[in-house]
Design a protein around this ligand. Structure first.
Ligand code: EAX
Length: 332
């Protein structure tokens, strides 16, 4: 009798212990905080995308995952954040392809100047088989590509004089992303390309370390570059994709259903970001003019395209022409 009651006491205690343990597990899941970093302000198109990601993931997972957004490069520049994904100190990043080629060289093709003519064409390529095959490549480099998002067509700003032709760039120090295809293109256009991590750019422009920079109107607006740049030329010299990347250390730990939520959330993020990019392509330029920038809208792109052409050969000599050929031949 004594033994029996001792057993039942024990089993009661064990039951309670197990129940407590599973509560702890549920609580731990309910509180799993996911750190999402990007380099732009909390009013940017990346933040619009981060908000959509957050809402979707928190809804689908019924609060099991919470997104904590770290805007404005507070987790570092894009290169540092991508490294963070690889070692698991960062969970999610929305980044341009700027430094991505250093990790996944297959993506350099997307940085070629004048590769895409319109948003429709770029989005169509990135949403199709070509985009998917490039997303799959991330897996070979210790990253998870959740979806292609968008930064926008890049335009040139500077503090010296209006840029209407490639010759106007001669001698100007232009900050570029840490991307050798971009640097090559600007070298070909006679500028002095100066690679730099994005969080350093505003101060470099302010202090005159560089004369100009190039970014989509989305970024120029979000970073208030009008405070340190007088001239904007709508060169649209390269389409700048963004990508939603995850850490394999996070994703590999999840079950299929949970992983699916992250891919769904990335899709929602892309849709929201693209809508904002399209809006800012028009409204952003108006705002920049209102802020006092002199905007050159009527740019003849042909001479810029011609000047940047050698960048294609330099790229294909190193990486072959297969991916480029596929993009150029696509139905998009
Ligand atoms: O991704 O570095 C850049 O100029 C990027 O366009 C910016 O960080 C947004």
């Amino acid at each position: 009798m004594k033994i029996k009651s001792l057993r039942s006491m024990l089993s009661l205690a064990m039951g309670g212990f197990t129940a407590t343990l599973s509560l702890i597990t549920i609580n731990a899941q309910a509180q799993q905080t996911i750190n999402l970093g990007h380099t732009l302000s909390d009013s940017s198109h990346y933040s619009v995308g981060a908000d959509a990601f957050k809402k979707t993931l928190e809804r689908l997972s019924d609060g099991e995952f919470k997104i904590l957004e770290h805007p404005s490069g507070s987790l570092g520049g894009e290169r540092a954040m991508i490294e963070g994904l690889q070692i698991g100190t960062v969970d999610l990043v929305i980044t341009s392809t700027g430094p991505l080629g250093n990790f996944v060289p297959e993506t350099y093709v997307l940085d070629l100047p004048f590769l895409f003519e319109s948003y429709e064409q770029a989005r169509c390529v990135l949403d199709g088989n070509i985009g998917q095959s490039l997303l799959d490549k991330m897996g070979e480099h210790n990253l998870v590509g959740l979806a292609w998002s968008e930064n926008g067509f890049r335009h040139i700003t500077n503090s010296k004089h209006p840029i209407r032709t490639p010759e106007d760039l001669a001698g100007l120090k232009i900050r570029t992303m840490e991307n050798k295809v971009h640097m090559e293109a600007f070298k070909q256009m006679d500028a002095h390309p100066t690679p730099m991590s994005f969080p350093e750019v505003f101060t470099a422009l302010q202090q005159g370390t560089v004369d100009g920079q190039e970014n989509p109107s989305t970024v120029i607006v979000a970073t208030k570059f009008w405070e340190v740049q007088d001239y904007l030329s709508l060169t649209g010299h390269v389409y700048s994709p963004a990508i939603v990347l995850a850490s394999p250390i996070l994703l590999n730990d999840l079950n299929d259903e949970q992983r699916g939520w992250f891919f769904e959330a990335a899709k929602a993020s892309v849709a929201a970001t693209r809508t904002e990019v399209s809006r800012l392509e028009l409204d952003g330029v108006k705002l920049l003019r209102d802020k006092g920038m002199e905007v050159e809208t009527d740019i003849d792109k042909a001479p810029f395209q011609k000047a940047a052409e050698p960048a294609y050969k330099i790229y294909t000599d190193q990486y072959g022409s297969k991916m480029l050929g596929l993009i150029q031949a696509s139905d998009c």
